[in-house]
Design a protein around this ligand. Sequence first.
Ligand SMILES: NC(=O)c1ccc[n+]([C@@H]2O[C@H](COP(=O)([O-])OP(=O)(O)OC[C@H]3O[C@@H](n4cnc5c(N)ncnc54)[C@H](O)[C@@H]3O)[C@@H](O)[C@H]2O)c1
Length: 322
Amino acid sequence: MKVLVVGGAGYIGSHTVYELIKDNQEVIILDNLSSGYKELVHPKAKFYLGDIKVKSDVENVFKQEKIDVVMHFAAKLIVPESVKEPLAYYYNNVEGVRVLLEVMNEHNVKKFVFSSTAAVYGEASGVCQEDMITKPINPYGETKLACERMISWVANAHDFKFVIFRYFNVAGADESLKIGLMKDQLTHLIPLAIQGIIGIRDHLTIYGNDYPTKDGTCVRDYIHVSDLASAHVLGAHYLFEGGKSETINLGSSQGFTVLEVAQAVNEIAPLKVVIGPRRDGDPAELIASNEKAQRILKWVPKYELKDIVLSDYNYRKKISNR
Ligand SMILES: NC(=O)c1ccc[n+]([C@@H]2O[C@H](COP(=O)([O-])OP(=O)(O)OC[C@H]3O[C@@H](n4cnc5c(N)ncnc54)[C@H](O)[C@@H]3O)[C@@H](O)[C@H]2O)c1
């Protein structure tokens, strides 16, 4: 397969490129490097610098490459920023996908793997199944849901086939430690907690310890970025082999409290924890069921919480020494 990975210089995109290359696939990357890094690009992937909102940038790739499957990771994804700048989010996330789909259609490329998010479920609580009501509570989630709907209408009109993946709480780094989450402004629990044990911050704040859970802190599920990346590879094979369109959660189906995650980090080195007030919009328990991913793609995550934490630690230590 020749796979175009848009956003392949970002965190999840670069890990997916690594897994595709391990799987002996040919990889083309299109990325504007707005939040990605050239050093995350696999040396065997062919890189095009360009923006998916700019039709000529996308056409340039499709004119030169005969693409079988397109994977999309090219989004803006910081929730508070999306609340402050909704138009920038609609422009990049929705217009970007519209232009990409238009060019794909014009070049008769009709297989699409799309990174969505469990943020489309909004304030749902408990174990999320794919057929649950979608009700995002911020512009980021809204833009992703708008893309999901656009993809589905385009599939209906133009015989596209898609796999939409919904996930959250991704962490860890490729075993080689050549790539990982490089961003300066981290928002996710595991990397923030790791920063608390490698001297970058002096404590981890936990928002609320009075939720109706076993230790009062919120329950979430966590997934290793390489497991997520392997699911995308399986999704591409599934479409290439004629699979029908599906929307699929990617998660561990297993919940851990924030305190349990902090304890897993504390096993590597002492972590100071401070309890802060609850944040708006944080449900007590949110877990992505992976039953459908197992059934349709035969995907089973390999890594457990302790592996995810250790891998993130090793990567963060490596980049803090640079
Ligand atoms: N990181 C998470 O925890 C998480 C959770 C759920 C869903 N997702 C989804 O996964 C995808 C990838 O997330 P990530 O964490 O790897 O983000 P990231 O910021 O590391 O990667 C995004 C990549 O896309 C590129 N990009 C953005 N807009 C572009 C444009 N208009 N044209 C070309 N390239 C563009 C960026 O330069 C970057 O390389 C996103 O679609 C996001 O919504 C991420």
